[in-house]
Design a protein around this ligand. Structure first.
Ligand code: SAH
Ligand code: SF4
Length: 398
């Protein structure tokens, strides 16, 4: 009996029978890995480069969802690929569209073999001059920032590169945003990526790097690194690597200017305190006045929103090419904070602006579908109908 190991299609069980496993998806593999997989199913070495190029184009320029569509690949080759692989992305379980046009997809991922399938959320935010996709890096998050809903989710697993990249592909699928899209000027809908969904991207470094390298690859999806922002709560050892190995824009979830308070809001601060974090930012490869680091600051009423805080913030950021992004706190059921008053947010913003920093206030988007920052949480049992209702009511009265 033959066992084809390279593709993982057949597996020997304890009962000496062979059961088919789900075919693996080629989405998310580097060119080298793709060539290796092709070698594994018998594609001759001298053909591999050309085949990889074809696959790359069909997957990442055209958004092909099956090998059958790949018309310049020979029929035999298509059949062979079909036998062993797929070009599947995560399965869309639900799509919600907010009254402000924001879309949220709940995506199902293969489980860990013992439990049920895992779920993750991805959000698309259209604006007049751009369309931003907020991508998740983990199911849940191992950190537990006290103001973040995702941090309360128990189930945690890292996403694979294919699952991270797959979110971008699902968004292009659902929005009809692949290269053949017929628009008057051919403008794309997904123009920017932010790694600000569920999870801490720098605790899943390799997969996030591999996915973003494909997203920014000029012969594929082709979203420039300047239009990709990775947000971290401050995993200091991986900050320099982000600049060196991925080269995308950096955002830091600062949220407090004193260690005592940051220890409470972002508990990772106990491991990597503010000084160390800011030193890593000062040394961030590739930052400059035209490539500033964004400092995110959630506005919590009576907690971190005084003008004293604003003053200290400006002082701390001295010497770092920075911009400050003020985020009105988005409430969730059971959260113990309130959003600062608008007046206070404006005062804070004005102070920071007058000190020479751009300080836009992030408009909350998609609150009615729980798609705003920090509201993502995907466990199916996460909210009772009652909690959902309470949350909607909160969103409406804000
Ligand atoms: N784990 C990463 C990226 C995901 S969170 C990080 O923490 O940076 C994306 C942003 O939303 C972070 O700045 C996070 O602090 C912020 N956020 C989390 N919960 C929030 C809430 N309830 N209201 C507003 N912003 C929140
Ligand atoms: Fe995790 Fe970021 Fe939420 Fe903190 S804010 S719990 S790091 S997702």
């Amino acid at each position: 009996m033959t066992v084809i190991e390279a593709s993982g299609v057949l597996e020997k069980t304890a009962l000496e029978t062979y059961v088919p496993l789900a075919k693996p998806s080629l989405v998310g593999l580097s060119r080298e890995e793709l060539a290796k997989r092709l070698g594994g199913i018998g594609v001759a070495e001298k053909q591999q480069k050309m085949r990889v190029q074809q696959l790359w184009h069909w997957m990442y320029v055209r958004g092909a969802r099956s090998f059958a569509e790949m018309s310049n690949v020979s029929k035999d080759m298509r059949a062979q690929l079909e036998q062993y692989f797929t070009v599947d992305r995560p399965e869309v379980v639900t799509e919600q569209i907010s009254n402000d046009g924001t879309r949220k997809w709940l995506l199902r991922l293969p489980g860990d073999g013992v439990g049920r399938a895992h779920e993750v959320e991805c959000v698309y935010i259209p604006e007049t001059d751009r369309g931003t996709l907020c991508v998740s890096s983990q199911v849940g998050c191992t950190l537990n920032c006290s103001f973040c809903h995702t941090g309360t989710q128990r189930l945690v697993r890292n996403l694979t590169a294919g699952e991270i990249l797959g979110q971008v592909m699902v968004a292009r699928d659902r929005l009809g945003d692949w290269v053949d899209r017929e628009t008057p000027n051919g403008n794309r809908l997904v123009t920017n990526i932010v790694m600000m969904g569920m999870g801490e991207p720098l605790y899943n470094f390799d997969a996030v790097r591999d996915a973003l390298l494909i997203v920014s690859d000029g012969e594929g999806i082709g979203i420039s690194r300047r239009r990709i922002t990775l947000s971290t709560s401050g995993v200091v050892p991986n900050i320099a690597r982000t600049g060196d190995e991925i080269g995308v824009m950096l955002a830091i979830s600062l949220h407090a200017v004193r260690d005592e308070l940051r220890d409470e809001l972002v508990p990772l601060n106990r491991k990597y305190p503010i000084r160390e974090l800011l030193d890593a930012c000062r040394a961030y490869p590739g930052s400059s006045n035209s490539r500033r680091i964004t400092f995110e600051y959630v506005m919590l009423k009576g907690v971190n929103d005084s003008l004293d805080d604003a003053r200290l913030l400006v002082k701390l950021l001295k010497g770092i090419p920075a911009k400050i992004n003020l985020i009105p706190f988005n409430p969730w059921p059971g959260s113990k904070y309130e959003c600062s008053d608008w007046e206070q947010i404006e005062k804070f913003s004005e102070y920071v602006f007058n000190a020479g920093y751009s300080s836009p206030v992030r408009t909350p988007r998609g609150r009615d579908i729980l798609a705003a920052c920090g509201q993502l949480k995907s466990e199916t049992e996460k909210l009772s109908a009652r909690e959902r209702q309470a949350l909607r009511a909160m969103a409406m009265t804000d």
